[in-house]
Design a protein around this ligand. Structure first.
Ligand SMILES: Cc1ncc(COP(=O)(O)O)c(C=O)c1O
Length: 369
């Protein structure tokens, strides 16, 4: 009898780290440094170094970090931010939270990321930023986007929530634009034992204001320079992330190994497989295949106890919450097709070769029937 293959197996990641994590949590409890504190400062320094950045500011989530990114750029009502409709909704929340309008541009069919060829024509005098997403761990094509930003002046904000350590032309993503937002949600490549996020930047003034905004708009206790938020990273999360960061590069190699095996084993099937663009080194947060009979394939995998998931089944321009933006079905055909066809297979460093082979066999069996 085959064992189920879970879509995600966080327990397998935690098991070998458990002693180390228990010890740092115990230390945090002993110190009572629950909100920010020394473990968060240490993690911020380590994560900034890992990204090749000057500053990382710890947040209570990636959503908060992206929200603050919009505030740092003084974006507000009447402004527009160009972004992708094929992402987790939080990318657009950041824009909506400051009262600005998400302006969607279709994606590239191969990489699922914002198509730079379509961006320039979406720019208006109200465009205040361009916010692409390094989706599924694969970098967006940054050079043409940066060129557009240089020409038209709106800053670039990278949503790097799914792309810790991904490389664009050999350099880690997160410092190509004015700033970037990372998520440490538990299932991310670098995940906390709870919620977490970071804003990464090389700009000292942005970093300083981000630190103030995450802590009630204050640099000195009970003195508030502007209306702020309680967006602090918890001390325990900083401690856990500090431990896990030391394993991130090894885990990325593990994810790339799994992806490579899927490429080999699924090459002859009718599936459209993810391919790295020539400029990219993906960290394979997700391994997303495509097929018009996606829903049947999903049922088939599930009936054979192979976990799988949809990222994402409905593009943002067609979500109920954004009906007031006035978009319609057909506006972004590439994103809409991707939403209909995408299927995420299990991918994590702990996945064994036996498990990968079984996933591939179950898929091949679907196409034989
Ligand atoms: C692309 C993207 N942007 C933003 C976020 C928001 O991050 P968080 O869940 O930490 O708030 C996520 C993760 O959930 C994400 O995948």
């Amino acid at each position: 009898m085959n064992q189920p293959i879970p879509y995600l197996d966080l327990a397998a990641q935690l098991r070998p780290l458990r002693k180390e994590i228990d010890a740092v949590i115990a230390k945090t409890l002993d110190n009572c440094s629950f909100c920010l504190g020394p473990d968060v400062i240490q993690f911020e320094n380590d994560f900034a170094r890992h990204c090749g950045a000057q500053y990382a500011v710890g947040f209570n989530s990636g959503t908060s970090a992206l929200h603050v990114a919009m505030l740092l750029l003084n974006i507000g009502p009447g402004d527009e931010v160009i972004t992708t409709p094929h992402t987790f909704v939080a990318t657009s929340w950041a824009i909506s939270y400051v009262g600005a309008r998400p302006v969607y541009v279709d994606i590239d069919d191969q990489t699922f990321t914002l198509d730079p060829k379509l961006v320039e024509r979406a720019i208006t005098p109200r465009t205040k930023a361009i916010m692409p997403v390094h989706l599924y761990g694969h970098p967006v094509d940054l050079e043409p986007l940066m060129e557009i930003c240089r020409k038209h002046k709106p800053p670039l904000v990278e949503d790097a929530a799914q792309a810790h350590g991904a490389k664009y032309r050999g350099k880690i993503v997160g410092t190509f634009g004015a700033m970037s937002g990372f998520s440490f949600y538990p299932g991310k490549n670098l995940g906390a034992c709870g919620e977490g996020g970071a804003l990464v930047t090389n700009n000292e003034a942005y970093a300083a204001r981000a630190r103030s905004l995450r802590e009630h708009g204050s640099t000195q206790r009970y003195f508030h320079d502007e209306v702020g938020f309680n967006y602090r990273m918890e001390g325990i999360q900083g401690a856990v992330l500090g431990v896990k960061l030391r394993h991130l590069d090894k885990w990325t190699q593990g994810r790339r190994r799994v992806a490579q095996r899927y490429h080999e084993l699924l090459a002859g099937t009718p599936l459209q497989l993810p391919r790295e663009a020539d400029y990219a080194e993906s960290v394979y947060h997700l391994y997303v295949v495509r097929h018009p009979r996606r829903d049947d394939l999903k049922k088939h995998l599930e009936s054979h106890k192979v976990g799988c998931a949809l990222h994402y089944p409905l593009p943002l321009h067609l979500q109920k919450c954004y009906a007031s933006l006035g978009y319609h079905a057909g506006d972004f055909p590439v994103a809409e097709k991707a939403a209909r066809e995408c299927l995420s297979l299990p991918i994590y460093p702990e996945l064994t070769d036996e498990q990968i082979q079984r996933v591939a066999e179950v898929i091949k069996d679907f196409f034989k029937a």
